[in-house]
Design a protein around this ligand. Structure first.
Ligand SMILES: N[C@@H](CCC(=O)N[C@@H](CS)C(=O)NCC(=O)O)C(=O)O
Length: 203
């Protein structure tokens, strides 16, 4: 979702190959041996296989709303917040959401630990509409898909939390045109399929 958001927002059109994780195409693994999605191959042949790097790559070509220039703080501060999301928060989210896949894991302990990060987000979002001021920046867009996942593990519980700024911010993200555009479902790609094009500027 993060990679799709970047490509969509930058107006970069790419060929999209939907991957089913239990049946990864050989070509994907040839391009990126770590075999996680997303994987982007540029026209020049460069392979970018981290969602944040794809988002940055797209924005560095076209950043129409200044996502790389937060109104408050700095790009480095935004990237540091994303690193916390991708590190501790993501780890607790996975253990909260998929506790059955881990040994000796109590889902609710991890929910409580994940809340440390959410409280940091709430402290920001109770002051300004977005994480770094009055406009969205890369941190809002890179982090929101993960907060969405967290919220949906137990929506009734999330809805009754005191994180009013965070809930407003998430709702606004989910109601936006870009979110709808990136959630389109595609059939799995198979060799020989006609190219499926993804990404157009919504403006
Ligand atoms: N840090 C990576 C994480 C990518 C990741 O873990 N993707 C998952 C799906 S959301 C995956 O491909 N897992 C491989 C598998 O389940 O086999 C990124 O954001 O690009």
């Amino acid at each position: 979702m993060r990679a799709r958001l970047g490509l969509m927002h930058s107006g970069i059109v790419c060929e999209l190959r939907e991957v089913v994780l239990r049946n990864k195409p050989a070509h994907m693994i040839e391009l990126s041996a770590k075999a996680t999605v997303p994987v982007l191959q540029t026209i020049a042949g460069e392979v970018i296989d981290e969602s944040l790097d794809i988002l940055l790559w797209a924005l560095r070509q076209n950043d129409p709303d200044g996502w790389l220039a937060p109104e408050q703080g700095s790009l480095n501060a935004a990237l540091a917040l994303i690193a916390q999301n991708d590190g501790d928060f993501k780890s607790h989210l996975d253990r909260y959401k998929y506790s059955g896949r881990y040994e000796n894991v109590e889902a609710l302990d991890h929910r409580a630990q994940a809340e440390v990060f959410l409280k940091d987000l709430e402290a920001r979002l109770s002051q300004t509409p977005y994480l770094f001021g009055h406009n969205p920046c890369i941190a809002d867009r890179a982090i929101a898909p993960f907060v969405r996942q967290f919220a949906h593990v137990d929506k009734a519980w999330f809805d009754q939390t005191p994180y009013t700024g965070l809930k407003r911010w998430l709702e606004a993200f989910l109601a936006g045109p870009e979110f709808a555009a990136i959630m389109t479902k595609y059939p799995p790609w198979a060799d020989g399929d006609e190219a499926v094009l993804f990404g157009h500027n919504l403006d």
